[in-house]
Write a protein that binds this ligand. Sequence first.
Ligand code: GDP
Ligand code: IMO
Ligand code: MG
Length: 429
Amino acid sequence: MANIVVIGTQWGDEGKGKIVDLLAEKADIVVRFQGGNNAGHTMVVEGEQFISHLVPSGILQGKVCVIGNGLVVDPAVLIEEMDYLSSRGIDVGPGKLQISDRAHLIMPHHRAIDHAREAMKGDKKIGTTGRGIGPAYEDKATRRGIRFADLLDAESFPEKIRAIMEEKNFYLSNYFSADTLDPEEVIEKYRGYAQRLAPHVTNVSITIFNAIRNGRQALFEGAQGTHLDIDHGTYPYVTSSNTVAGNACAGAGIGPKEITGVIGVVKAYTTRVGAGPFPCELLDEIGDRIQEKGAEFGATTGRRRRCGWLDTVLLRNAARLNGLTGLAVTKLDVLGGLAEIKICTGYECNGQSLADFPTDLKVLEACKPVFETLPGWPEDISGVTEMDKLPINTINYIKRIEALVETPIDLVSVGPGRNQTIVRRNPLA
Ligand code: GDP
Ligand code: IMO
Ligand code: MG
């Protein structure tokens, strides 16, 4: 039996949704363990596209899906997503979708503070998704958050909201000169959410533990990417949770001995949405071409994604931080038609070569990528489903990534569709 964590190795949007949907075929339970609706995970099945922000990507395969304690959940967004999936004929009843009673709620004041802070920062802004993620995690850390268990306690919920909103309204109005919110309206709205979601709320740690104990296979679906991790990413240009594989345990409520493998999803080039350093960014027509061919627009905010060459300094960092046992390379088809493809093999900083990803952003900003150039391939590979049918230059690109990252590539994705994938080794088989 295998229990696998799937995480992003770069700055998000690597194609985790597609890979989780594909691997979910052989899983019994699929668990999100951090983040919130800042995530946008795309699945394409038989030409139909689904984008999920909170519901795990195993839902299309009809698997039991779990929203772990490590998430911050906007209940309005979750209900909208459930209604949407339901309207497309997908079962999202309590038998298929469980929510941790310990997961925290995103409240209207979290979104208001997120927006007000970004507006105040001007050109120094992080470029958050504006979903209230940071302010919600902040309240969790300062022990003032509202959990699903609190939402369902009809007696004490109103008092908790009135108390916290007094302070939030003072902050919004006096510090940001922003509009305040009416606590009674919020209480009423959230009462409705409580009614709707109550049948799904449970202690999911027990669900996952029992599934594993009964020989079921679990898949843990990461959101964002390793370099958006609050500890290990390009701080402060990061999200507010731990995105690395280790957090699958804390964010789902299981012990580390249950995890048998970690798949790092890596786009065949690099992208980033929002602000922050990006050593391999291409600000030329090749960058524009990759952006257009790869349709690199954010699945959550619709923002244009910044594009650049593949960065293996970043990937080696991700391999270590997550204990990767395998890689899934996505969007290889997008590089087709380029005469030459570059891979960043190291950084040079003030005349010195740097072996590891630096902590200090000033150092990172001064880093110049060292590139190796490989020949491209003119062929359209989006219909290839076997490794040995790929052009030799594509195979050489894959092998070079494996060698530089010292991690085997288990899956190769050549298009957005579930079937547009070469499975060299299925970690759940
Ligand atoms: P996630 O956040 O990691 O799940 O990734 P997103 O869904 O935000 O972004 C990945 C985008 O690339 C989506 O639009 C996917 O449909 C698409 N995609 C995934 N794999 C491939 C691939 O191999 N080729 C192409 N052309 N598109 C892909
Ligand atoms: P998926 O799961 C790409 C980025 C935002 C911003 C920073 C902080 O689809 O890969 P936040 O709203 O989290 O406080 O924003 O993190 N960001 C993502 N970028 N993919 C994501 O998720 C992201 N989630 C957050 O753009 O730079
Ligand atoms: Mg995404």
